[in-house]
Design a protein around this ligand. Structure first.
Ligand SMILES: Nc1ncnc2c1ncn2[C@@H]1O[C@H](COP(=O)(O)OP(=O)(O)O)[C@@H](O)[C@H]1O
Ligand SMILES: [Mg+2]
Ligand SMILES: [Zn+2]
Length: 364
């Protein structure tokens, strides 16, 4: 599985520039936070980054090994890395964390029943010193699912944290984390994976795997990946397994809806755009994702049109006035998705209104 094989193992390997910088800064600072909260949707690297962090602070071959006793230092082979904060991925601490066999790095999922129990227990345990490493790290996934009880226990621990314990909470849903916890955590926003970051990640994989794929397909894969690094690697793997590596084959595989929504819309032919939407619907497309992507494209187009240099080019050929009107209609459609009995309806209404608005304007 590409997404496991190519899980980033160093800070440098994170294809997420903002996260990369901030993690480096934290590790280079003189005191480490006792609690971090990683916020971001699925597949944006929260778990990968938490493991890199755990390895970094416990590695025997980097900046953090300086404070070690001479005996421990002796037992680690390399000494060249003492100035870096990167984990070496070769010492016994790094290796045991990678293979999930370190007694001091505990990962749990608060979404499972077991997880909720575990959270309470681990908070009790956290007062003990780490067994073999310098820091005991608790990585709690889906942290917004922690019960009130457990949050209260956690809060007490965070008020007087044992110096050798670090909590890394990860969540897709920041709103559900109590303010009292938020205020005690160092927050890192993983945001959504950017199209350009996804493309550079895909490039690394095709190079290492020697996949003969038409590189023009990479931005298309990125557009279909739901802003997730993980989803993008899965699509690439699927295309590779199915040997659909030419531009035409890949396009066909992806259905390529997003590519021509604007082209179709720009034809000003109501029937054409409504059948486009129906085709998307028939193919089982997700309207929430579609509208998010369309809005993102429009936003890029708007900023580009306003003279702001963007990393990504937009496929949109509408005037600023039209872009703004369409953004408003799509935002409304997006909000109505939740209450609409038919998934395609809000988008259909939006395009009809978009054209009607044109008519009113031109008949004046
Ligand atoms: N920043 C990133 N750079 C490169 N690949 C990434 C990145 N984040 C995630 N991935 C890819 O996605 C997979 C899942 O990432 P993961 O850390 O489990 O995400 P999360 O915990 O946010 O759901 C990784 O194994 C890797 O293949
Ligand atoms: Mg995860
Ligand atoms: Zn190491």
């Amino acid at each position: 599985m590409f997404y496991l094989k190519y899980r980033p193992k160093t800070i440098e390997e994170l294809d997420n520039s903002h996260v990369k910088e901030i993690v480096k800064k934290i590790l280079l600072s003189d005191s480490l936070p006792h609690a971090l909260l990683f916020i971001g949707q699925k597949g944006t690297g929260k778990t990968s980054t938490a493991r890199i962090f755990a390895k970094a602070v416990n590695c025997l071959n980097n900046k953090f090994s300086r404070s070690l006793t001479p005996e421990v230092k002796e037992s680690s082979k390399k000494t060249s890395g003492v100035d870096t904060v990167e984990p070496c991925n070769a010492c016994k601490n790094c290796l045991s964390i990678d293979s999930s066999s370190s007694p001091d790095v505990i990962e749990l999922d608060a979404a499972s029943n077991r997880g909720i129990e575990d959270v309470r227990n681990l908070i009790r345990e956290s007062n003990f010193y780490p067994m073999t490493n310098r820091y005991r790290i608790y990585i709690i996934d889906e942290a917004h699912m922690i019960t009130n009880d457990a949050f209260n226990a956690l809060l007490k621990t965070l008020e007087e944290p044992p110096s050798s314990v670090i909590f890394i909470l990860a969540t897709t849903n920041q709103e559900k984390i109590p303010k009292t916890i938020l205020s005690r955590c160092f927050l890192i926003n993983f945001a959504k994976a950017k199209k350009s970051d996804i493309v550079s990640m895909l490039k690394k994989i095709i190079k290492k795997e020697k996949i003969a794929i038409d590189e023009q397909l990479l931005p298309l894969i990125a557009s279909h990946a739901d802003n997730s690094f993980r989803d993008a690697t899965k699509i690439l793997e699927e295309l590779t397994t199915q040997q659909m590596l030419t531009f035409e084959e890949g396009k066909q595989f992806l259905g390529l809806f997003l590519e021509n929504f604007f082209q179709t819309l720009q034809k000003r032919d109501l029937q054409a755009i409504l059948s486009w939407i129906e085709e998307f619907n028939q193919a089982g497309g997700n309207f929430k994702n579609l509208i998010e992507q369309l809005l993102e494209e429009l936003r890029i187009a708007l900023l580009t049109r306003s003279g702001i240099k963007m990393e990504e080019a937009a496929d949109v050929e509408l005037e600023i006035k039209e872009i703004v009107a369409l953004m408003k209609l799509l935002t409304e459609a997006y909000n109505n998705l939740k209450i609409s009995p038919i998934d395609s309806l809000p988008l259909e209404i939006a395009v009809v209104e978009f054209y009607n608005r044109d008519k009113v304007v031109s008949s004046k």
